[in-house]
Design a protein around this ligand. Structure first.
Ligand code: TZP
Ligand code: MG
Length: 221
């Protein structure tokens, strides 16, 4: 396989736009609120809608993200990512496999793969993923992953095993984000802590500030 350029996350915060728990919000409004908080990385996660509705939402979110200089990753669907010229796709272990996803998207797009154990992480790296998701890091009620909570020690193990950037996911809050980053994740993905906040924009901003101040404190030693 040809060597790929190393991908780096444009932000340590991977916001996930999923209206789960906020039925009064549209995906487009949610994406606007997230971008207004300074997000530079947004994954659009649309479950349970027909493909053409997902496509229409993705098209609008594409424009919002472009205006905000925010990278757009489409969850699950390589075809939709390609159709709206998103920056990439995030696939799980039950979605189209990595090799087929790369065939659909070509070499120029970012592919992230959800992993839950060392074998999956290594397979994603060998298969040419640009980054991996790892989790569930902490307990979460947002998704029944079928995997036990992994915790910070296993995240450290995965960090030592693969060279790809890692985004930790599952039960991450603004308060817990610095610990996940300190354990070796380059980014943290968050759904409920952001999306269920009364003020989504303020929550994104506050989370970014918490991450930045934890980093500065660490640098000061
Ligand atoms: N994959 C592993 S855990 C999870 C996904 C999609 C849910 C993350 O949601 P939350 O609300 O940030 O725990
Ligand atoms: Mg998926």
């Amino acid at each position: 396989m040809a060597e790929r350029l190393r991908f780096t996350f444009p932000s340590p915060l991977c916001t996930i736009a999923d209206t789960l728990g906020r039925p009064e919000l549209s995906f487009v409004d949610l994406a606007k609120k997230i971008c207004a908080g300074g997000a530079r990385l947004l994954q659009l996660r649309v479950k349970d809608l027909p493909a053409r509705e997902f496509l229409a939402i993705a098209q609008e979110v594409r424009t919002i993200c472009q205006q905000a200089s925010c990278l757009l990753i489409i969850n699950d669907r390589a075809d939709i990512a390609l159709a709206v010229d998103a920056d990439g796709v995030h696939v799980g272990q039950e979605d189209l496999p990595l090799e087929a996803t790369r065939k659909v998207l070509g070499p120029g797009k970012i592919i992230g793969v959800s992993t839950h154990d060392p074998a999956q992480a290594v397979a994603a790296e060998r298969g040419g993923a640009d980054y991996i998701g790892f989790g569930p890091l902490f307990g979460t009620s947002t998704k029944a992953t079928g995997y036990p909570v992994r915790g910070l020690d296993q995240l450290r193990e995965i960090r030592a095993l693969v060279h790809l950037p890692i985004v930790a996911i599952g039960g991450i809050t603004a308060e817990r984000a610095p610990a996940a980053l300190a354990a070796g994740a380059e980014a943290v993905a968050m759904i409920s802590d952001l999306v269920l906040a009364d003020d989504v924009t303020g929550k994104v901003r506050e989370t970014l500030e918490k991450i930045n101040s934890a980093r500065q404190e660490k640098q000061r030693g």
